[in-house]
Design a protein around this ligand. Sequence first.
Ligand SMILES: [Zn+2]
Length: 373
Amino acid sequence: MNPTPLADLLALVRQHEEALAAALDAAAGDNTADAVTSLRNGWLGRKGGVVTELMAKMPQLAAADRREFGQRVNALKTRVEAAIADLEAARRATARPAGAVDVSLPARAIPLGHTHPLMHVRRQIEDVFTRMGYEILEGPEVEDDYHNFEALNMPPDHPARDMQDTLYLAAPIDGSTWGVRRGDTGAVPDAQVRGATLLRTHTSAMQIRYMQTYPPPVRVIVPGRVYRRDNLDLTHTPMFHQFEGLVVGEGITLADLKGTLDAMLTALFGNVRVRLRPSFFPYTEPSAEVDISCQRCDGRGCAICKQTGWLEILGSGLVHPAVFEAVGYDPERVSGFAFGIGVERVAMLKYGVDDIRLFYENDLRFLEQFPAS
Ligand SMILES: [Zn+2]
């Protein structure tokens, strides 16, 4: 008997290869026990299995052709075995009895949230001042002209109002409240704001509300959002976060201000030098811009600090006598200091962030770089 031509049997193998691909497609990942068993019996079964039947044809070939044929059939067998292994793995993963626990599986990592970097800075500042015995106030974000400007020594025609582009409301509204959030003395829990006409441009408005309500001595910080008519860019947003600090008592001096700022800035930035530069604000006299030594270059001068070795961090000063008069304090008897610090500004310098918008986009890739708590 003449041997069967190799090409004939290879064509037969090709038909089965195509049939296998079609069968696996049609089964579409059906990993039930029946489906896996029928796949195994139909292709690898000792009686009638496709691979077994093909192997049985080997003797029909000329000796020289058997090797190639055997390799092709073995490759087909390997594909069937791999498909069965995949289905069985999927079956083990999904077909566990209800309630059963596979104790060999690695534990699932629980995703932990991160404190937002602005909240992290805010808490650090609050910790510093809570330890020094300050009260923490919440103030209203909608304010009236009197508390935001006039009582802070900025009457309607005062040129300093041009320094702050203000967002005004279409109509006055009532009802936002303020109060002492922690370390409450219990005297006045909440107060209502009436006739608010603008979004506050600084937390300094709370200086007035607090002093109108409580007699001296005063030792408070006020964290909160403030609003300006700024367009969004690398360093500006129409809303940002500020801390107001206010201390009033007998014999409060610039030295007390300097010591307090040293304590806060050291807690925030570590071992930095602090300097006060003469400046102007309508509600403080004298006024000072406060700089810290550049941490990047240790004061030698670099691109971050524009070669000056110093970074501007906040504004401050001694409370102007006109402000005391507006709230009924006697400027002959008491003195005090105030400062305002931007939370975003601190966070940008502390963490080397060069685009303020990153704080508001809530991109987890950005947020996850900061300490978890
Ligand atoms: Zn520098």
